[in-house]
Design a binder for this molecule. Sequence first.
Ligand SMILES: *Cc1c(COP(=O)(O)O)cnc(C)c1O
Length: 410
Amino acid sequence: MKQKFLYHCNECGTEYDPRHIQYVCPACTALNSENQPPKGVLKTVYDFDKIAKTKTFQQLKDREFIDLLPIEDIESLPNLRTGKTPLYEIDQLDGKYLNYTCYLKDDSQNPTFSFKDRASAVVSAYAAENNIDTIVTASTGNAGSSLAGICAAQNQKAIIMVPSTAPLAKLTQIVMYGATIVPVQGTYDDAFDLSVKATDQLGWYNRNTAYNPLTIEGKKTVSYELFDQLGAKVPDRVFVPVGDGVIISGVYKGFEDLLMLGLIEQMPTIVAVQAKGSDNIARNFGKKEFKLKASNTVADSISVDIPRNYHMAVGYLKKYNGETLTISDDAILDASKILSKNTGLFAEPAAATAFGGLLHYQNNNKLNDKSKNVVLLTGSGLKDLKAVQQIIEIPEAIEPTIDHLKKLLA
Ligand SMILES: *Cc1c(COP(=O)(O)O)cnc(C)c1O
């Protein structure tokens, strides 16, 4: 393999040179049909044998895993700390000791407060190395606010196409970071199609999830970090919130890379957690035919109709015996509150969904004593304050007297 990396089509396996094909497999894309998840997402492969022979894990880590990323130079990455997020262990919830081990990977501590920065950083670095200065993305909110922030740090232009219904905080971030915001009438899918047309006709580089294969490469670094933070071990389970299925594919890809490098022998069990109101992966998993159900959930970041990376996510889940689970909006909001008041970590509804998945397993005695379980907290609760207003109450102001204080506390 002369080049640092190549692409393999997830469906037909055709190999592509990244100098010729940047996005999806042309042959498979031509066969896509309406209301079905698109085929032809590309998987990035490296010369794992060579890397395994020449580098230790520590050496890979010291160079920001650049050997396993589709970029040449660490300097191309934004000068913002991206990834390297904390992993917290908690041992009690609501005063009860847990009879399993629970770790929380807090990816709300990324520059723009979501997991999406891992992907934006790599896409932006690739653009910098290839003299591209304008990047477009369609987004439900976080991918757009992330690209906007990363591009601000990199002196690049970001053009963000979002459905106008995205949460206010995410829209505000996009504008504050100085990106060009393009609110689109219609759904995320409409924004997606417009961004692809703009890429074809106006030449902008496209970051769309499950379109640009490099987003998966950025997202996979979370698994390298988990392996490192757990003392060169894999966890038993990782609970991942799932919408389009790119984060979960990134998590799988990261662990699979470690497998290819001979650093681990076994994959963890990945649990794909979806909202009951947006369950197009969980509900169709294992079925012959994909049947679309329109989405409706409080967790906007995982509210998707056609999961863009359905085939890759389902392929990984099958190959490595992954599990799927759905929880209701009430359970999501409950999980959000339980998480916040027990840990000091306030997560947006999509991220709380993963924690709700862990609680569901706990309450159904599916977590054995010695198991190590990781929950991916993918975004900050401050990004969507409206979602939780229905479960909180902020009392009216009182006269500042002890009597009134006592009444309030009663
Ligand atoms: C994007 C996102 C997800 C879901 O990721 P997919 O790749 O769409 O499955 C989960 N949580 C948050 C906070 C996100 O922004």
